[in-house]
Design a protein around this ligand. Structure first.
Ligand SMILES: Cc1ncc(COP(=O)(O)O)c(C=O)c1O
Length: 401
């Protein structure tokens, strides 16, 4: 074995010198200038830049409104709250997601019901959703795993038949489309995240989109302590302009104008970034589609994938090393591989408090054992992509049977 073939894990030379993360933000000079402009202005929070960001975002995703939040988690909490989800309610969601998708239901005193995924898409299986319905079901909360749109037609049909609310967790899916229509205006409410690894960032931040103006009002109150009017509606000399009547129990979940300026600036480059993400995913597909030891990330006819992450599936029957060994070997090559996600129902908190555990969602559990996330972000150079491919090929050569 030549020195370059020896795994870095075994003392060989790593494929690259510096760690390549699985996701990374991209900030350019225009972003910096946009933030500086707000810093020099009148409003740092509660100001007009938040409204401009919301307007531009709603137009981008094809929704009637967008309401900004301090995080994607806050956006989910607010969406669940204004949907009237509360104690005694059940909400059907996917186990293969980040904890926040289900935690928002616990915040409201409701119970998440984990329906299994379709292994062909890694998204909620509509048949499993149907089977999970009960008289207490209030809503369905699908997530578009990795950025691949769920079977929303089937989910909407189930929801209509039982008068259920649909909240989409689109933290992975900004820019994703179903039959040419962007995710964001298709369901009662849709939530997004602007964490740095997402399609656009505000440092921390989130958004709820939808089409019913009554819900928009409720969302604005919820992010501002449950106060009826926002500060910009309380300016001027009219009698009682000072009043801040609280009509619901809300939180301080506001996004600042500083963050909104960054979001607005980032949004302008969304299309170019989506194309670059697609391009990288295509190169991975071309490199790995013919390797029997792995299965490439699923795609689906009639949808546009937003490629938030690249989930590669390991084919255990072709490998003599397990996922953990392959993960470690890739990290040693300085490829920041990761795993998304430990299914929510297997987390200690859920097991202890909700009595969930292995066997509840066999397809999600089986997928989890096989999943490896490869680096994917628009700032990756062609050389970075080539490094990931070379490292996967090197590690799989060692790991295969
Ligand atoms: C699917 C999903 N939902 C919700 C969130 C929560 O978003 P945030 O980190 O902005 O609170 C994230 C990510 O971080 C996510 O991946």
């Amino acid at each position: 074995m030549s020195r370059s073939d020896a795994l870095a894990l075994h003392g060989g030379r790593p494929v690259r010198e510096r760690m390549l993360p699985y996701g990374r933000h991209e900030i350019d000079e225009a972003d910096i200038q946009a933030v500086v402009e707000v810093l020099r202005g009148e409003w740092l929070t509660n100001g007009p830049t938040v409204a401009r960001f919301e307007q531009a975002f709603a137009e981008t995703v094809g929704a009637k409104f967008a309401v900004a939040f301090s995080s994607g988690t806050a956006a989910l909490h607010a969406a669940a709250f204004v949907s009237g989800i509360g104690p005694g309610d059940e909400v059907i969601t996917s186990p293969l997601t980040f904890l926040a998708s289900a935690n928002c239901l616990l915040y409201c005193g409701a119970r998440p019901i984990f329906a299994d995924i379709d292994p062909a898409t890694l998204n909620l299986d509509p048949a499993a959703v149907q089977a999970a319905l009960s008289p207490r079901t209030k809503a369905i909360l699908p997530i578009h795993f990795a950025g691949l749109p769920c079977h929303m037609d089937a989910i909407h049909t189930i929801a209509r038949s039982r008068n259920l609310t649909v909240i989409e967790d689109a933290a992975h899916a900004l820019g994703a489309e179903i039959d040419g229509r962007r995710i964001g205006g298709l369901s009662d409410l849709t939530t997004f995240s602007f964490h740095p690894v997402k399609h656009i960032t505000t440092g921390e931040g989130g958004m709820v989109t939808g089409n019913d103006p009554a819900l928009a009002g409720g969302l604005k109150q919820f992010r501002n302590h449950g106060i009826e009017r926002e500060v910009r509606q309380r300016q001027g000399t009219t009698p009682g302009a000072w009043r801040q009547d609280m009509i619901a129990l809300g939180f301080n979940y506001r996004l600042t104008d500083i963050q909104s300026a960054l979001g607005l600036s980032q949004l302008r480059r969304l299309d170019a970034r989506l194309k670059r993400r697609e391009d990288i995913a295509r190169r991975y597909r071309e490199a790995f589609a013919a390797m029997p030891e792995v299965t490439v990330a699923p795609t689906r006819q009639g949808t546009r994938h937003a490629w938030h992450i690249y989930p590669l599936l390991l084919n255990g029957d072709r490998l003599q090393r397990d996922r953990e060994a392959i993960f470690q070997a890739l990290r040693a090559e300085n490829i920041g591989a990761s795993v998304h996600y430990l299914p929510v129902h297997l987390h200690p908190y859920y097991r202890e408090r909700l009595g969930t555990g292995p066997g509840l969602c066999p397809a999600a559990e089986a997928a989890f054992e096989r999943l490896l996330t490869l680096p994917l972000f628009p700032g990756m150079t062609d050389g970075d992509v080539a490094d990931v491919i070379a490292a996967v090929e090197k590690v799989i050569r060692w790991a295969r049977k």
